[in-house]
Design a protein around this ligand. Structure first.
Ligand SMILES: Cc1ncc(COP(=O)(O)O)c(C=O)c1O
Length: 403
């Protein structure tokens, strides 16, 4: 987990992140500002778009790099009835911090701490009979009935039971239900092409999913929730919303379908800011950073930004990653190193060490995480999630006080 710090509202006079003695960011090398008001707005926006479905806030991977606990609390505050994570450690962290919302975790390996999960009332996903056996054994140890979601592979070819394996899974689940050690509360799947509107596999997966649900129901299973929609499906395939939607990226204010010219009313949650560690003049032609892949054409002012690939700045952002300083945009000059990179601020720059640049985030003229993704040949998910542990997450806004 990355550290999360409380902070004042950077947009208010007393909490300005760049100036003033009250600033919680004074002296910080850099920080990821996490706008919990935007997060809450996004949850409400998505809930309005899926009015008949319950809402699972997907907060795996440290809430896509935004900070697990403040994000989870804000999402619940904004009406998320469920939280979803990939790994037991993430689910345990939520429960141990006092979050008692319905919680599903979906990736486990044999020998994982199933007893700890069952004891903490965490819903568990089963893609194979061995998971059911481990869950049932844990339930017997704890003396309870464990809650299980059966996962069907409807065509993603990743997690879930495929084809007749699902029939086997259902049979074993029914036997363990009869014994009282588990209860199947959910049936679920995941799309391969939800981000490709009208892709034929979306309908095919949906049909296969409801066939699987019917098969399970015929066998006597009575799920509380059937769920398949990630952000893209929630936004562009409303027929997939079913009983519960599972948005991740959209909740963080980033679109899963950048090819569609619509922000769906979502607001970016993370703004990545860095302080200039050094500002100096360099003559025309002076090569910059390892390998001298950039040299200014005229005498110029450069700024040293103390963030590198150890902090999640992609090395292939060298010479292409956009940043903003004040109202000005510029681009990384030369190679991104492990801890630092350089920006060419232009000959007339009056920047000084300590000034704040924004790499991506919210605000007029500020580069977006999607621009970073486009510049570096990846997706916005990776840009925000990969921000490293050296970068503190500073929560601002939100309706429930800070955590
Ligand atoms: C099973 C599952 N459901 C939902 C999500 C949320 O996806 P997205 O961030 O595209 O909304 C993910 C994330 O990859 C996932 O693995």
């Amino acid at each position: 987990m990355t550290p999360s710090h409380a902070a004042g509202d950077p947009h208010s006079a007393e909490g300005d992140p760049t100036h003033g003695p009250a600033s919680p960011t004074e002296g910080l090398t850099g920080w990821a500002e996490i706008d919990l008001s935007a997060l809450e707005h996004n949850v409400r926006t998505l809930r309005d778009l899926a009015p008949h479905a319950d809402f699972m806030a997907v907060v795996k991977a440290d809430a896509y790099g935004h900070g697990l606990l403040p994000v989870a609390r804000a999402a619940v505050q904004a009406g998320a009835g469920w939280l979803g994570v990939a790994q037991f450690s993430e689910a345990f962290a939520l429960r141990d911090a006092g979050l008692d919302t319905r919680l599903l975790t979906w990736l486990s390996v044999p020998g994982a701490d199933f007893t700890g999960a069952v004891r903490r009332h965490i819903d568990l996903s089963a893609s194979a009979p061995w998971v059911l056996e481990e869950v049932a054994a844990a339930a017997r140890t704890v003396g309870t009935t464990a809650r299980v979601h059966l996962k069907v592979d409807t065509g993603l070819g990743r997690g879930g039971a495929f084809g007749s394996d699902f029939t086997t899974l259902v049979g074993r689940a029914r036997a363990l239900e009869a014994e009282g050690s588990i209860r199947v509360v959910g049936i679920w799947t995941h799309f391969a092409f939800a981000d490709a509107p009208r892709h034929p596999t979306v309908i095919a997966q949906q049909e296969r999913f409801f066939e699987a649900v019917a098969e399970a129901e015929q066998a006597g299973i009575r799920p509380e929730v059937r769920h398949l929609a990630n952000s893209a499906a929630t936004l562009v395939h409303p027929s997939a919303q079913a009983d519960l939607v599972r948005p991740g990226i959209a909740m963080y204010g980033l679109t899963p379908v950048p090819q569609i010219d619509d922000d769906f009313g979502l607001r970016p949650v993370m703004s990545l800011r860095m302080r200039l560690a050094l500002v100096k003049r360099l003559p025309a032609g002076q090569g910059i950073s390892y390998g001298h892949t950039y040299a200014p054409k005229v005498d110029t002012v450069v700024g040293l930004v103390p963030a590198g690939y150890a902090d999640g700045v992609p090395r292939n952002a060298s010479n292409v990653g956009p940043v903003s300083i004040g109202a000005r945009r510029t681009t990384i000059a030369g190679r991104v190193c492990m801890d630092q990179f350089v920006v060419d601020l232009g000959p007339d720059s009056d920047a000084t060490a300590g000034d704040v640049i924004t790499m991506f985030g919210a605000g007029p003229g500020v580069p977006t995480a999607q621009e970073w993704a486009d510049a570096t040949g990846t997706i916005s998910y990776e840009i925000v999630t990969r921000i490293g542990a050296r970068v503190p997450r500073i929560s601002v806004g939100g309706s429930q006080g800070r955590s």
